[in-house]
Write a protein that binds this ligand. Structure first.
Ligand SMILES: [Zn+2]
Length: 286
């Protein structure tokens, strides 16, 4: 069934697991992600970035909402990295049940002001809000925006930020980058920092840039306080690597001949993430 981000994440917080937020940008990927979530009986957050929304068009959001209503597991449709107040209002009008306002590259006071404005309006409409404090890194031009260097989230600031803004969940910077890590960049999470933030701020915490980090670190983060992990690059790489392989057969022409194998390859990666985050079987908690 379709529900809000808060409804999904509060249960994850209570039971110490993380819900995958899979970014999708076409119907085959979306359909596959819902199917694997149903097969694993795992709650799902469908992440759609403004660039992805532009790519798929508003009409497809209507289809995503309809399929989510019919899903056997709870699904939230989440506006990923909203840039402005006006953009967030549009997302809510489109039918998103969860929105992120990302003003993390702005000064602290400005971030607080815009995040509070978004939370006040979204909450009046029953929509959940994720905000971000600290900056995660960016690896390449294909990845979402990020900073050149990571500014780790300060625990004192995080407490103040959530008190003032009223955000339902908070994306924190503990050492991840958007995109795929280049060979010279060793991904490493500051799990002690996560523990400290969680002990002082017991709301659902969010990890962006979760592709490419070592499995054991990610699993530990999900156990000790991260309740939503964004996965974009890893499933898209699996989908398109398989597509390149399929397209090597020049005789193939029909999308229904080419895409199913790509979706299957993507589902294998998605299933692994669901298991890693401790989300498998958790649909029955709702
Ligand atoms: Zn992100």
């Amino acid at each position: 069934m379709l529900t809000t981000g808060k409804a999904i994440l509060d249960v994850a917080n209570e039971h110490s697991f993380a819900v995958p937020a899979f970014n999708i940008s076409d119907w085959a990927m979306f359909k596959g992600i819902v199917e694997i979530s149903e097969e694993k009986n795992a709650p799902l957050i469908v992440g759609i970035h403004p660039d992805e929304a532009r790519h798929i068009g508003r009409e497809m959001i209507t289809g995503i909402i309809e399929r989510s209503h019919n899903a056997s597991v709870p699904v939230a449709i989440h506006w990923d990295h909203g840039a402005t107040y006006e953009q967030i209002l549009r997302a809510i009008q489109y039918g998103f049940t969860s929105v992120m306002i990302d003003a993390s590259l702005k000064p602290f006071d400005e971030n607080i002001a815009i995040s509070k404005r978004v939370a006040d309006s979204a909450h009046a409409l029953g929509i959940s809000v994720e905000a971000e404090l600290g900056t995660i890194g960016a690896t390449d031009g294909e990845a979402e925006e990020g900073a050149d260097t990571i500014i780790y989230t300060d625990p004192d600031d995080a407490v103040t930020f959530v008190e003032v803004t009223g955000a339902d969940s908070l994306a924190i910077a503990i050492g991840t980058y958007h995109g795929i890590y280049p060979a010279h960049l060793k991904p490493e999470l500051k799990l002690d920092l996560l523990k400290e933030i969680k002990s002082r701020l017991p709301i659902p915490l969010v990890l962006h840039g979760g592709s490419g980090n070592p499995d054991d670190e990610i699993a530990e983060a999900a156990r000790i306080g991260i309740n939503k992990i964004n996965i974009s690059s890893d499933i898209k790489v699996a989908y398109h690597d398989k597509m390149r392989e399929m397209l090597a057969d020049g005789k193939l022409r029909e999308p229904n001949s080419i895409q199913p194998a790509c979706v299957e390859a993507m589902k294998v990666v998605a299933a692994h993430k669901i298991d890693l985050f401790g989300a498998a079987g958790k649909g029955s908690l709702y």
